[in-house]
Write a new protein. Structure first.
Lengths: 396, 396
């Protein structure tokens, strides 16, 4: 039994294809369903987006999806017309081997921007990957989509409909170029639930809002981010009522949030995992803006790296978030220590709080406003010297 | 003769007052005019702003300003009602010593957020600073406003009106928490030109737009940023026509841009000075958004730190700037090397470009769009391990 099993009717594989030069790492993953899937996707909103994003976006939502093919090591982004041709060719090779329509295959690429794909290698390897796909191949596939990730990222949930078990399982990659509205992360979520393409579209949009769209590592929105949901119905069970649907959405949200947190916990060079809870806003959007401004501030992120309870940086980031507010509306706690209340600094023992931040990898920032009832939860990482080192010499 | 002289009728001093604990550094600066000044200011737009910002903003523009008092080491921000009382008291002590109205003194503070000012030390030291002020005290004053700055920042221009010399001289500080709409920078610009308060207001607004509002170190907009312009008329000369006004605005712009570039060249931990020229946009605002997105990206900044010509990060930042565009609208050069043209990657020798970036402290990024005729010039720094080290342990 795999630690994280695939749902019924799905198989997966990860093999070495040679897109990543000078390494023995796996770099080609396939996810295959033995029957048609209802499928939907969410993609980067970056106007400069990868060719696979354009190709897959055009194909979704649909009721007859069969597979996803993903390479790591090359994002096939900023590659013009040739890039589109190559992305379509990747899917076409898959479709030929699976004996399905080309449009029923979805495609994604992650890695360096601005280089053409080595199509000879991909064309030769894709049929091998399909041949290698098994119901137990998820971990290999999760490995093959990694770039600077240091761990595989997997999540699963089960529930019962009509007394029968139904499963949803997701896999993703991502460790930098992570910003809301998706970043250089790729995610495939598979379920054997029987739902429609329109239900898949609604479900994944909602799940992404409170997961992949509430994380950032560096605020740089990538060109390639894609989340796919494939539902093949192999459980034979479909939702009969609102309660059934709530079970499904809850499982989907859970998988998406698990995977989002795994991305932030594996953030490049990070030494802290930071949860920012902003409460008491007039709207969710206001809470989101404040959380994002705090999460994106290099000064907040370096302070956390240094275990420095420099709360002024948090409060001042809230001040430029574009949300109408006064200092008196703001109170702040870090890891349970009250530091700022209704616009006034509170006395605290800096050495004690600093030690707490140093001893704990997890940091909780609670920004409590007095403007309304809406809130948001946001995850980010700190900014370390290791992040700079990892990103200062990536292509050369 | 000072390298950077004050205009006629101005004196300045910088002394040690003890706001910065445990150091012998100067931390109190005064700028005094021997007669009334037309004065205007531009301040941070952060809604969480320092008490001195609130106090000085209320007093400007005015026709009877006499002096500016600035302390370093403590920003007097997020300090509630007590902070306002303290900022007003700083000005009042100055005013008493100068025998002028309290409202004719402007005040600024820079340093750590969220601590109360040591008013006993300031009250005792301000009269000493006024007594120490001389026409040759500018360098001491420039030293006393420094926080993490490593060099003093000064600039001056002269021109002739009616055959008579007129001078404008500015001094500023700033090395981090630098973002457009002002950051933790403070600037005092003095001129012996004779202009009105309304002319001062218009002139400084225009000068700041293309200088201090076009720089960023880390995108964190501070609570304390203030630019003051004081015009005391001691040259006896005033602008008689548009050509005269153009001479003045040109000198003011020159001083403001000189000082802005000095801030970026002294950016915390920086190893490169980066100029971003965005051209061919429909509006200046569009060009500004693109330049800011590129400048704020940690991935662009770390790539430059590592002399990595990773142009995909630049192009992808343009893609999420919020400006409607297509990849085909974009071409990119770095230090004169064409890397990307009309949506397609160009072949280039990565080793040659990387060596060029490693050998030059100055980096020029040219993003050429085909949307219109508007452009913007923006300055930023790279992101280095030294920046992280400097900011990971600031307050504790």
């Amino acid at each position: 039994m795999d630690a994280v099993p695939l749902p019924k009717g799905f198989s997966a594989a990860g093999i070495k294809c040679g897109v990543k030069p000078g390494t023995d790492k796996q770099d080609l993953a396939v996810f295959v369903s033995d029957r048609d899937c209802a499928a939907a996707g969410v993609f980067t909103t970056n106007l400069v987006c990868g060719a696979p994003v354009k190709v897959s976006r055009d194909r979704l939502p649909r009721s007859t999806a069969r597979a996803v093919v993903i390479n790591a090591g090359n994002a096939n982004a900023c590659t013009g017309e040739q890039g589109i041709t190559d992305a379509k060719a990747m899917a076409a090779v898959m479709a030929t081997a699976l004996n399905c329509a080309a449009d029923d295959v979805l495609v994604a690429s992650t890695g360096v921007i601005g280089r053409f794909l080595p199509m000879d290698k991909l064309t030769a390897s894709i049929p091998q990957a399909i041949a290698a796909a098994t119901p137990h191949g998820l971990m290999d596939a999760a490995t093959a989509i990694m770039t600077t990730d240091t761990v595989q990222k997997l999540a699963t949930r089960t529930w019962e409909w009509n007394g029968q078990p139904v499963r949803i399982t997701g896999v993703c990659k991502g460790a930098a170029m992570i910003a809301p509205n998706m970043a250089t992360m790729l995610c495939t979520i598979m379920t054997d639930a029987q739902i429609t393409a329109e239900q898949a579209r609604k479900g994944i949009a909602l799940a992404v809002r409170d997961s992949f769209n509430c994380i950032s590592v560096d605020g740089h929105e990538s060109t390639s981010d894609s989340v796919f949901l494939l539902a093949n119905g192999a459980s034979g069970q479909s939702p009969q009522n609102d309660a059934d649907w709530a079970l499904f959405q809850g499982a989907l949200d859970g998988v998406a949030q698990d995977l989002s947190m795994q991305i932030i916990k594996d953030a490049e060079g990070a030494s802290h995992f930071v949860q920012i809870d902003v409460t008491g806003c007039r709207t969710r959007d206001e809470a989101f803006k404040i959380a994002k401004a705090v999460a994106d501030s290099p000064l907040v992120k370096t302070a956390i790296c240094g275990a420095d309870p420099n709360w002024g940086r948090v409060v001042s980031a809230a001040g430029y978030a574009g949300v109408p507010l006064k200092e008196e509306n703001i109170s702040l706690e870090m890891n349970g220590f009250p530091l700022y209340e209704a616009g006034r600094p509170l006395p605290f023992d800096a050495a004690v709080v600093s030690k707490n931040l140093r001893d704990n990898r997890d940091v909780l920032i609670e920004l409590k406003l007095t403007l309304g009832e809406q809130s948001v939860r946001y995850w980010t990482s700190d900014l370390t010297k290791a992040y700079v080192e990892l990103n200062a010499d990536y292509t050369t």
